[in-house]
Design a protein around this ligand. Sequence first.
Ligand code: SAJ
Length: 416
Amino acid sequence: MPQIDLVVLGLGYVGMPLAYEASLNGLRVMGVDIDNAVVDGLMAGRSHIRDVFDEDLGRMLESGFTATTSAEVISAAATVVICVPTPLDDQRRPHLKAVESAARQVSAHLSPGTLVVLESTAYPGTTEEVVLPILEQSGLTAGTDFFLAFSPERIDPGNPDFSVRNTPKIVGGHTAACAKAAESFYSRVVNKVVPVRGTREAEMAKLLENTYRYVNIGLVNEMLVLSEALDVDFWEVVGAAATKPFGFQPFTPGPGVGGHCIPVDPIYLSRRLQDLGSKSEFIDIADRTNERMPRYVADRVMKLRAPSEDRPTSVALLGVSYKEDVADARESPAIPLAEHLVAAGVEVRFHDPYIECLTVGGADLAALGSPDEAFRFADVVVVLQKHSQYLSTDFSPARTVLDTRGFLQGDNVVRL
Ligand code: SAJ
């Protein structure tokens, strides 16, 4: 009889909220992570995850939650959920090493009757063509000896309205018995379970959700660039279109698309299609458009006149995280933008209330202590993220401001 209701593999921004919600609902939960520092921090009551506060973690520990680097606990688990990263590699190809490694850990300790769920975002077929064979190296058979399902994570870090509990959970099983086991597990943790036909439909649903965003952000980025020739203030256009109460979801242009979801998930899909001899025109066009935005911003900066010379020699980037009010610079467009500017011979420094260090081309970019320090330093200040701090900042001392988010006013402000 399993002594543990749930083992979560991967204690990051996906795994920890799931472990917390399950603990809250009386499940006996353990967490496994490869990072000793993560495990030690959690066991010392320190949460490294924005949406799981130390008080929440304290309650989890009181209810018996334990974090460990040892995968042996899997043998005593009724359910194991894999929540490890699925990034792209240097060639922007799916990098499934963490998923394969986690699957091997499960396979080595898999006991009959266990439900195994993959939550890491991946292309249709990952669960059944990558994870399943590794699990069956245990000698157990999926669908009869153990259960296997896919359920996409829908964690939106920092979202005050939606948590694991109140976000509908899509679940696709390898077989009907697998689906039943997975639906039964999640119904103990979330308000609404959304069963789909199989693991591939569940994998694809997640990719559709984020490809939808990537393509629509690409659309407004393309329209922004084209609006110059049309002599149209596209920021006005977006604001006006957003008043339509139906049939239109506003997306805003920007300096590029960052984060570990939106610029990554659609490429998992497009690469899979390419491997199958097919392609997605929409993803390819959106990718080219979004990937080109940092260069477009750099070109716009270099056309701005500076007091001393006919082109800027010093630029300050304000807001180098990938999204407003988020302390994460993964895939941030600030990085390629800085590379373009440095290559053009410009001295580049940055300010961001959430980011202390930004490495560009192997070197740490100099950090500025405040927006005012940026105004004193730079010929041109480029605002990349609409951080709350900047909403109350007086930009009038700056010589020239390039606003890539369309929210600033002033004679010294140029909008992207
Ligand atoms: N971005 C734009 N214009 C937009 C929206 C976003 O340029 O109109 C840029 C952002 O600046 C950022 C990137 O795109 O660089 C991604 O932004 P995002 O708002 O999509 O934020 P993420 O990456 O945190 O996306 C997550 C996703 N959640 C999951 O995958 C579970 C996404 O599905 C959510 O819709 C999104 O959060 C959200 O709505 O906050």
